[in-house]
Design a protein around this ligand. Structure first.
Ligand code: CA
Length: 760
């Protein structure tokens, strides 16, 4: 499709940042590998007036749909297969398989799948939500934790709720101001907000029933995950381990918002009483004298699943604060419960068992990734298993009754460990992965071999489908590490994200970034088929009884593949990179498939990898498809901007070098490694003359705080800010040189979008 240039007048915020009259100059340094990032948000806020949907069917019985979600409860979710037309919980069912029995849309009919309706979110940041669909109403979320209710058949907006998150809190969101969706229960909709609140809304009207603060606001916690609801308790964790927090998960009474229990995932100060025996046990696996001052980490920022028969709630636990174990826990130790799956009793939050995927994690290898419960036959016996592909690159099958290790194999190239020892269930680390003394290129990167993007388990094929990330990262110890409250505190030196000055190395690094859709046999622990996509950071997955796997991609295409063979069966270009997972539902006997499109998230902000040339739209969209759908997306066309002429700025080589380090530490996780933004935050190479003129006011004095750009006067001196400016300008000049060179001609697929950007 052709995307049209957004009328700059409608998005005045961007005018401030991006030069308008660009001539054909350009540059490009490309950094591969920054990680998860974070940032400030200079994006547009949602606008209240939403675009009308293109309804293709007459709206019917709207009043009855206003009472949707009234009857959702545990019994109904447990019996979800009796009403496959609804998608009542985050993973559709408590086992989070994301497999639908619906099969009207199948490998034979999918060729006639077309757009039923679409709705513009009027947001420009990443969209990661899985919609909940109940009795004809769809509930989903967008940037800044805004909630929308739509008529799922027509796309009509029924209500919108904006929690009015203060924009300056966005600086604590490591990985974009995203939200992964709501939970529904007995007439209410529950959402966690970026600023740490849990809010109950009336499902019919969007009015607030209760609103509780779940975090200590003295610490940089955020919420991006979807709540889960078990037995009348709404359960939510949080994020913030990049900055320095102590992880925990909390249950609240769905009716009142009253706290029911809280489970910490890492021990606090051992001079204080432990909260429970699990914390006492965990503390024995930590060393040193003050891990708790930074926080320890272990945030539960995304995945949960629940087995009603075993009455076990499974939570995925994240990385340490700081990442670097030599700083976090000098002297070693496993550092429980970092990078672990922990089983809890959902009645009181008490510990039952744990399995640690990466003992003593030092690479940001969280185990918060999607956990799927299934009963599968292994060695002739049916086993109740839990399956996860955490960031560390191994696919795990565990006995979910007791946490016993069954098997694990690498689903992506891995070099931090040689294998998982089948006797102990522990990884055998490769000494070459230890970076305390030298820079080491490690796979997977901190983005993981798989991140939050949901997998799916097809009951039809018995395969797990994984949206795989395949890229390395150069780790080095930050020998000058000093805890810096409110900033990134990883103990890792981000200077390694500064791109090489050698174009051949830049090209080689870019080629090293891949993404796959992999069908994995959990019994044999091996791939059955795998497709390499053009880019990394592709969307979450849905499988159906129609022998289909749906995935949106980084190239702005929504696609369906044959679940058994991987054959590409259907594609629909939407112009905006898709990272969220699709859902399917039915109304009046007609099956629909929905997905939100909105490029963003950690990789999009931080990686410094150019976006795909067909991923040109910034504005998010909710899209719904059905067989014979005839709706069309508006025709748009894109105008490409060239890099601007560099401003006159005086600086020395020493200042450029110092600025490179400061940029890597304080700027790259939002504005992109190597000053190349592939997300929606400003690419500073395109900064306008007015931005250059006001550099210090913006960077140090808070001129753009209302846009979400934090002030950095507490960490950057006037000279530091000038050094960063020098590095940005020098990088602009270097990129122009690269883009005017033969490399541009020889590697258009790698450099076209590094050398231009769609006009905004
Ligand atoms: Ca992390």
């Amino acid at each position: 499709m052709i995307a049209k240039a957004t009328d700059a007048d409608t998005l005045p915020r961007h005018d401030f940042y991006w030069g308008k009259e660009v001539n054909l100059k350009w540059t490009g340094w490309i950094a591969v590998g920054l990680l998860v990032a974070a940032c400030s948000q200079e994006d547009a806020s949602q606008k209240a007036d939403s675009t009308a949907a293109e309804a293709t069917a007459p709206q019917e019985s709207a009043p009855t749909t206003r009472n949707a979600a009234a009857g959702i409860n545990g019994a109904r979710i447990q019996a979800a297969d009796k009403e496959p037309g609804n998608w009542m919980a985050h993973g559709r069912t408590y086992d989070e398989q994301r497999y639908s029995p619906l099969d009207a849309i199948n490998q034979e009919t999918v060729e006639s799948l077309g757009l039923a309706w679409h709705w513009d979110t009027n947001t420009t940041r990443g969209l990661e939500a899985t919609p909940i669909v109940v009795d004809g109403v769809m509930f989903t979320t967008g940037s800044w934790s805004v909630v929308w209710a739509h008529d799922a058949k027509t796309g009509e907006l029924l209500w919108e709720y904006d929690p009015q998150v203060p924009r300056d809190w966005g600086k604590y969101a490591c990985c974009d101001v995203v939200n992964r969706g709501v939970a529904a229960w007995e007439g209410r909709i529950y959402v966690g907000t970026i600023d740490g609140r849990l809010i109950a809304l009336d499902a019919a009207t969007g009015e607030v029933a209760w609103d509780v603060l779940t975090i200590d606001k003295e610490r940089p916690y955020t919420i991006t995950g979807a709540p889960r609801i078990v037995k009348g308790k709404v359960i939510i964790g949080n994020g913030g381990a990049e900055y320095g927090v102590r992880g925990y998960i909390t249950a609240y009474d769905t009716a009142t918002g009253e706290q029911q229990w809280r489970f910490y995932t890492v021990p606090g100060n051992p001079d204080q009483p432990f909260e429970n025996d699990a914390m006492k046990m965990a503390a024995a696996s930590w060393r040193g004298t003050d891990w708790w001052s930074v926080g320890g980490g272990g945030t539960v920022w995304d995945s949960m699943s629940y087995d009603p028969d075993l009455n076990l709630l499974y939570i995925g636990v994240g990385n340490g604060s700081p990442w670097n174990r030599y700083i976090r826990s000098p002297g070693g130790g496993d550092n429980l419960f970092l990078s672990s799956i922990v089983a809890l009793n959902p009645d009181d939050g008490s510990y039952v068992w744990h399995y640690q995927t990466t003992p003593g994690d030092t690479w940001d290898y969280t185990a918060v990734q999607h956990m799927i419960l299934a009963d599968i036959e292994l060695d002739g016996a049916m086993r109740k298993v839990i399956m996860q592909a955490p960031k560390n690159g191994f696919f795990y099958v565990l006995d979910r009754t007791n946490g016993e290790f069954i098997s694990a194999e690498a689903y992506v190239p891995v070099n931090w460990a040689t294998h998982i020892d089948p006797e102990t269930g522990r990884p055998v680390e490769n000494p070459e992965a230890h970076y305390a003394n030298d820079t080491k290129k490690i796979r997977p990167a901190p983005y993981g071999g798989h991140n939050w993007h949901p997998m799916t388990y097809s009951q039809k094929t018995g395969l797990v489908y994984i949206p795989v990330l395949d890229l390395p990262f150069k780790y080095a110890q930050d020998n000058a590490f000093k805890y810096n409250p409110g900033e990134w505190n990883t103990g890792v030196d981000f200077d390694t994200t500064i791109p090489s000055a050698d174009p051949d190395v830049v090209i080689s690094d870019l080629k090293d970034v891949k993404g796959h859709l992999t069908a994995w046999d959990p019994v044999e622990q091996k791939p059955v088929w795998s497709i390499q996509h053009d880019m990394s950071w592709n969307g979450g997955l849905l499988s159906t009884a129609g022998n289909l796997v749906f995935q949106g991609r980084a190239d702005g295409v929504f696609a369906a593949y044959a679940a058994d063979t991987g054959e590409l069966l259907w594609e629909f270009p939407v112009g905006n990179g898709i990272i969220a997972a699709p859902v399917t539902y039915s109304i009046d006997g007609e099956q629909y498939v929905s997905v939100v499109a909105g490029w963003g998230g950690a990789y999009a902000l931080a990686s410094g990898v150019p976006r795909h040339r067909d991923n040109v739209l910034e504005e998010g969209r909710l899209l719904t498809f059905k067989l014979g759908g005839k709706a069309e997306l508006p025709k748009t066309e894109v105008t490409l901007m060239k890099l601007p002429d560099p401003p006159a700025l005086e600086y020395t080589t020493e200042q450029v070098n110092a600025g490179a380090s400061l940029y890597a530490q304080y700027c790259s996780v939002c504005h992109g490694g190597g000053v190349l933004s592939s997300g929606t935050l400003p690419d500073l190479r395109y900064a306008s003359a007015s931005v250059h003129a006001a550099w210090d006011a913006i960077v140090r004095q808070g001129a753009f705080t209302s846009k979400g750009m934090p002030k950095f006067d507490h960490v950057l001196s006037e000279g530091d800010a000038h050094a960063v400016h020098a590095y940005v300008v020098e990088t602009l000049k270097g990129t122009i040189g690269l883009c005017e060179s033969e490399y541009r001609k020889n590697y258009p697929e790698l450099l076209d979008t590094a050398c231009t950007r769609p006009a905004r």
